[in-house]
Ligand binder design. Structure first.
Ligand code: SF4
Length: 242
């Protein structure tokens, strides 16, 4: 028995592991089972088996650099040891120029992405977010700008008094890159993400659970509900690339 199959002895993923070991195509339902599996390391082991079979020991890396242009946040998440409330020692907000200078310090050509995360800043105007992207894109034109989490984008939309889809469009025009999972062949993906963005961030009443849920829970529920559509899109990707 191969080491891969030994790893999945007695596991519900064993039938999928057998297909993977034999190089057979997985079914749609296999995709659903993998998404739902709590054996995250097992799913990773299966994916790595396929990766090594296709590419040997070669790996590709995204050299990513973090930029935190502000740590001011009006929210007070219990898990967060990083953000500062306005007026508390240690809080900071960079000007656009400072953020570009911070990004440029120690810059080298191997850097391929700037990953921008901050807090939900109580007073920065909408233009600051767009101007920051424009300035970074002008200074580092070849770099992928991965900018802000969904909760931040929801906040930026509130600052802008615009809907999330409009704000994402504005951010993209200013330099934020498209998500790696989107492409022109599957235009539903941006729609899914925008729908998710609106649903994730605020929490709300969950119809399946029949009770209010917080933002994080809502995100998980939203993901489950769209699982089949997401797997459909992955299958369409695979078929298009063959
Ligand atoms: S919203 Fe983000 S930055 Fe603000 S307190 Fe929560 S985790 Fe920290």
């Amino acid at each position: 028995m191969s080491a891969l199959l030994e790893r999945f002895a007695g596991s519900p993923l064993r039938p999928i592991a057998e297909k993977v070991a034999e190089g057979r195509r997985l079914s749609f339902e296999d995709g659903v089972a993998l998404f739902r599996s709590l054996d995250v390391l097992g799913v990773g082991a299966l994916a790595n088996h396929v990766r090594e079979a296709k590419h040997g020991n070669t790996a590709y890396y995204n050299v990513n650099r973090y930029l935190n242009p502000t740590n001011l946040c009006w929210v007070d998440c219990a898990l967060c040891a990083w953000a500062r409330k306005p007026g508390v020692d240690g809080g900071y907000t960079m000007s656009i120029e400072e953020a570009v200078a911070e990004s440029a310090a120690g810059w080298h050509d191997g850097i391929t992405e700037l990953h921008i995360v901050g807090g939900l800043h109580p007073s920065l105007p909408y233009s600051w977010y767009l101007d920051l992207l424009r300035a970074l894109k002008a200074r580092f034109p070849g770099v992928h700008l991965k900018a802000w989490t969904m909760v931040e984008i929801d906040w930026i939309a509130r600052v802008a008094k615009q809907d999330v889809a409009t704000v994402i469009r504005d951010l993209r025009e200013a330099g934020q890159e498209r998500d790696a999972h989107e492409d022109d062949r599957h235009p539903r993906r941006p729609r899914l993400q925008n729908d998710n963005a609106e649903r994730f961030v605020g929490g709300g009443q969950d119809e399946d659970l029949g009770r209010p849920v917080g933002a994080g829970q809502q995100r998980i529920v939203g993901r489950q509900a769209e699982l089949r559509e997401q797997i459909d899109a992955i299958v369409a990707d695979l078929e298009a690339s063959e």
